[in-house]
Write a protein that binds this ligand. Structure first.
Ligand code: CU
Length: 160
């Protein structure tokens, strides 16, 4: 009986160690695979908020056809959702020189994109869960990035 208990305890210990090693390894790999910015600039992200890494590993929203903005009351408008795949749509087409209203809605807590930054337009807004946040700017011709606060999860504005 006593011996059985010892064996069971050891087995449990070994399993626990193996599990934590596997988890740690996965996080580290995520940093290596995805990342330029990940480990260097934002180690906290991978260390503390694995969900961020999870989003980064999902290639779902990193490509695809650019969504076009619709015209509404003289402004071009579009909505971008933040899901566990990242920004959806990943890229957005806008017309240069016309006011744009882009609404961001964060739909998940499983992301580190809890704010959106469009550096080229000095935009930096918090994104409360399920609360639409509209940013207004007049785009210039070119390609611009919108991203999470750590510049890890990204999307693209294509202005023509
Ligand atoms: Cu981030």
């Amino acid at each position: 009986m006593y011996r059985k208990t010892i064996i069971a305890t050891i087995t449990l210990l070994v399993a626990a160690i193996a599990l934590s090693a596997a988890a740690f390894g996965a996080v580290q790999n995520c940093c290596k695979a995805n990342a330029q910015n990940c480990c260097a600039a934002a180690q906290n992200c991978c260390g503390a908020a694995q969900s961020c890494c999870v989003s980064m590993r999902m290639p779902g929203a990193t490509s695809g056809v650019a969504a076009e903005a619709a015209l509404q009351n003289g402004a071009q408008t579009a909505t971008v959702e933040i899901t566990d795949k990242g920004f959806e749509p990943f890229s957005l087409k806008l017309k240069a020189g016309e006011p744009a209203k882009v609404t961001f809605v964060r739909k998940t807590d499983e992301t580190c994109a809890k704010e959106v930054v469009i550096k080229d337009y000095n935009i930096n807004r918090k994104l409360p869960l399920n609360e639409p946040v509209t940013v207004e700017f007049t785009p210039r011709k070119g390609e611009f990035t919108f991203a999470c606060g750590m510049n890890m999860i990204k999307g693209k504005l294509i202005v023509e």
